[in-house]
Design a protein around this ligand. Sequence first.
Ligand SMILES: [Zn+2]
Length: 465
Amino acid sequence: MILLATLLFSVASESFDKQFTGRSLRFDYVHTGTATEEHIAYGKLRLEGEWPESRTRLVDDSGLGKYLFEVLDEKQAKVLWSRPFASIYGEWESTGEAETLRRAFQESQRFPEPRTKVVLRLSKRGDDNTFKPIFTSAIDPTSRFVDRAPITPRGTIIPVFEHGAPATKVDLLVLAEGYRESDRAKFEADLKRLVAVMFATEPFLARKADFNVRGLFVASPEAGISNPRKGVFRDSAFGCSFNAFDSDRYVLTFDDVNLREIAAQAPYDTLIMLANERKYGGGGIFNLWSTVTADTEPAAYVFVHEFGHSFAGLADEYYTSQVAYESFSKPGVEPWEPNVTALLDPEQLKWRDLMTAWTDLPTQWGQKAYDEMDLAYQAKRKKLIDEQASEEATEALMREVKVMSTELLTKEPNYGKLGAFEGAMYEAKGLYRPELDCIMFTRNPTNFCRVCTRAIEAAIDRYSR
Ligand SMILES: [Zn+2]
C-alpha cells in the first residue's frame, strides 16, 4: 500500500511539473458592484515564491464556496487548478449599504505558475447551487505583463513547529498586526499561547503532524488596531479595523495587496492575523484569512472559531446575534456551508451518513427558552456597546451567559446527538445546525460538532496530501 501511494504521488507530481513551474502566481483584481450588479476588474499578475500547496490535489472537489476560481487550459477544455472561496465583497453585497452605494474591494487569487498560456475564470454560485462565470481572461504567464520583482523580506519568520515540506503540510502563517518593534516578545508569547490551544482541540490535535505553523513578525508603527466606534484610528501593518460593515466586533482589513506582498515572504496555505488588542473581536472568511484579537479572555476560543470559517468554510451556527447582513441566505436555497442546512429534503441531509442513531428531523429542542435567554443577553450587550463599556464588563456578561446557556443546552434530551436543530447562520427559523452545541455555535464547548470536525479534516487533507 505504501509503495502504491508513493507511486501515485510521483505520477501526480510529474503531471504537476509538466504543467506548472513550481512557483506561485498571484492575480490581483478589484471586485466591485452594487446589490444588483457585480464586476471583476483585472489588476495585475505578480510572481511570488515557491508553490507551498499540494502538488497532487489540484482541482477542488469540496463543493464549497460562494465563488470558484479556476485555471483552465488555453482552449478551456480542461480545468488545471481550482479553488472555491468566499470574499469580503460577497459579504458586503448582502448588507444594506449595497442598496445605495457602489463599492470596490481588492481581492486576489494565488495559483501555481503555469508554463504556458491559460485562461482564468471566476464564477459565482447561483440560487440553484451551480456556478456561473462572472469573469474570464486569457493570460500569458511568460509575458512581460507579469511583475517579477523580488519579494523583499519585511519581517521575521518565527517557526512554532515544522513537520515537513510545505507541499505536503498545511502551512499556517500567523501575522503580527498592531505590534510595535518593542512588542516582539509579546507577539511570540501570544502566538505560542493561542496555537497551543488550537492544537489541544480536535481534530487539530490528532492531525498536528500534518501542519507547519509559523509566525511572521512585522512591526507596526502603533500598538493596536483602529476602533472607529471609539474614535480610535491607528496605523498598523495590515490596516485591520474593528466595526467592519458597522458591526462592532467584526475585524477585517480591506488592503489585500499590501497583505499579500508582506505574507509572500513565508510559505503559507492559510493565514491568521493576530491583532494586539484588549477588545473582543475577530472575523473569518473561507479561503481568505481570519482575524482575532489577542488579549481578551476568550481569545483562544475566537482563534479556533474564526479559523473554522477561513480554513474549512464553516458557517456560524449561532443566530440572533447582531450582524449587518440583511439576509445572508435566501429562503428555499440550500447553503453551501457544510454545517448548516435548510432541510429542504431530509432524505438528502448532507450529514446523514454520520448519523448512527436516527433522530427526528427537524430535531426537538427547547428553542423558546434558549431564545428568551439569548434575547435578554443581546439587549444587555447592546447597552454595553452603546455605553462604550469596559472590556471587563463585557467579559463578565459573557461569563454569565456561558453558565446559563451551558445549563440550558446540556440538560436537553438530544444534547450530544446528531440531528437538525432549528436556528443557525443568523436565522432563528428555516436554517438548521447538526448538534445542539459546537464551537461554531456558542463559546461553551471545547470541541467542534461531528459535522464541523469532518469538514476540518477534509480541509487538512486538501493541503497535506
Ligand atoms: Zn458544528
